[in-house]
Design a protein around this ligand. Structure first.
Ligand SMILES: NC(=O)c1ccc[n+]([C@@H]2O[C@H](COP(=O)([O-])OP(=O)(O)OC[C@H]3O[C@@H](n4cnc5c(N)ncnc54)[C@H](O)[C@@H]3O)[C@@H](O)[C@H]2O)c1
Ligand SMILES: [Zn+2]
Length: 366
């Protein structure tokens, strides 16, 4: 193990009988060690590398070379970049390509890309031959700190995002921070919406650290990624299947955030940008319902803005479309609103006294 590599063992409840943890490696230069790293964790021989057109062009050659030199046989399957590829049809097409390539129950899947690739490649790994191992190589900050952890995989349908999916924990996650160097700034910043969310719901110390965050230092970024993996995995470990309400805390800012994404037809805002706006709304509601101090609410809004994230909606953006879309949120079970609020930075809970009126007011003042 290189001196800079941090290894985090993430509780793996779903596979408790076989294995208690899976490894998440965070470091620089990890792609070069990929073959050996995978070899340490998987006895299998053949794999499909699933990537998108942007990421594949940048890194697929290096990934394939590293695998070949460690004796693996890999088949590269590239799908068009963008959320519109995350469909059941596309997953079926990739499965067909895997069958043609001779991949079987002894094979595994490597997802090389951002959250879109992580979700669809994980879904494919979960259903191919009733489930084969999934290795994730996240290439966006959002995927490193959020989507690659927790085992939620899936695809979108016309009716909404992530409506079809399976829980399938990865066998190994490799976060090579060098891969983030090619990430456009807007994409990089959106990862901070989830990081700030984690700070608000679980880590006051990280919140303070972010307030004095300076760009550039790679070891600091690695530590930050690791800290976020710990926060998410600890919450997930308490409620892996999203049943008891504990995992729902990760949804802070997402009820309104998802509605904003939807109202913008998934084009106007990136996920993290919509979540940033959703966090602002959730904070306003928290001031009203959970006793969050207005100064602390302002500090959260300032922090989002520091990372170039939106904290106000454009004036002409149709608020009504957001309010209509809120109803689609999966957290609205049986007409009852479960809304995540924070009463102080570093903690959150699921409130059941938030009203539709509170949400309307918060969205209208965004
Ligand atoms: N499973 C979960 O728990 C979970 C959690 C949060 C989000 N998600 C999902 O994650 C997806 C969003 O993830 P995302 O923001 O990473 O989007 P993405 O995967 O679409 O990547 C964003 C863009 O950046 C490009 N890109 C990726 N890595 C790059 C790199 N290193 N250099 C240059 N370009 C690069 C991609 O090609 C794409 O165009 C959504 O589908 C969302 O539903 C899942
Ligand atoms: Zn999110």
């Amino acid at each position: 193990m290189g001196p800079e590599t941090i290894e985090e063992r993430v509780p793996n409840i779903g596979l408790r009988l076989h294995r208690r943890h899976y490894r998440v490696l965070v470091g620089a230069g990890l792609l070069e060690q990929l073959g050996a790293r995978v070899r340490q964790n998987l006895p299998h021989q053949k794999c499909a590398i699933i990537s998108d057109t942007n990421v594949g062009q940048l890194f697929a050659n290096r990934v394939q070379e590293a695998l070949t030199s460690a004796g693996f046989e890999s088949t590269l399957i590239t799908i068009p970049a963008g959320e519109k590829s995350k469909t059941l049809e596309r997953a079926g097409m990739v499965c067909d390509q895997m069958i043609v390539a001779g991949l079987d129950r002894q094979s595994f899947v490597i997802g090389l890309g951002g959250g879109m690739i992580g979700d669809i490649s994980g879904f494919i790994a979960a259903i191919y031959h009733r489930g084969i191992p999934h290795v994730q190589i996240p290439t966006t900050l959002l995927a490193m700190v959020d989507s690659s952890i927790g085992g939620k995989t899936g695809v979108d349908t016309r009716a909404g995002k992530n409506l079809i999916g399976v829980f399938h924990q990865p066998s190994l996650v490799i976060d090579d921070v060098d891969l983030l160097k090619t990430l456009p700034c807007r994409q990089f910043n959106q990862g901070f919406a989830e990081i700030i969310k984690h700070a608000v719901i679980a880590d006051q110390k990280m919140f303070r650290m972010l307030q004095s965050w300076k760009e550039g230092a790679a070891p600091a970024l690695q530590r930050l990624i690791k800290r976020n993996i710990q926060i998410k995995s600890r919450i997930v470990a308490k409620d892996e299947r999203d049943r008891t309400g504990q995992r729902a805390l990760l949804n802070f800012g997402h009820t309104v955030g998802h509605a904003i994404e939807r109202a913008g037809n998934y084009r106007k805002f990136l996920h993290g940008e919509a979540v940033s706006l959703g966090i602002v709304a959730a904070c306003a509601i928290s001031v009203k319902r959970a006793g969050l101090l207005p100064d602390h609410c302002a500090a959260i809004v300032d922090l989002l803005a520091r990372f170039g994230l939106p904290t106000r909606l454009p004036q002409n953006f149709p608020r009504k479309k957001i309010l209509d879309a809120v109803k689609f949120d999966k957290k609205f079970e049986k007409g009852k609103i479960h809304f995540v609020v924070t009463s102080r930075i570093g903690s959150a809970y699921l409130a059941n006294d938030v009203t539709g009126g509170d949400i309307r007011e918060a969205v209208e003042s965004l």
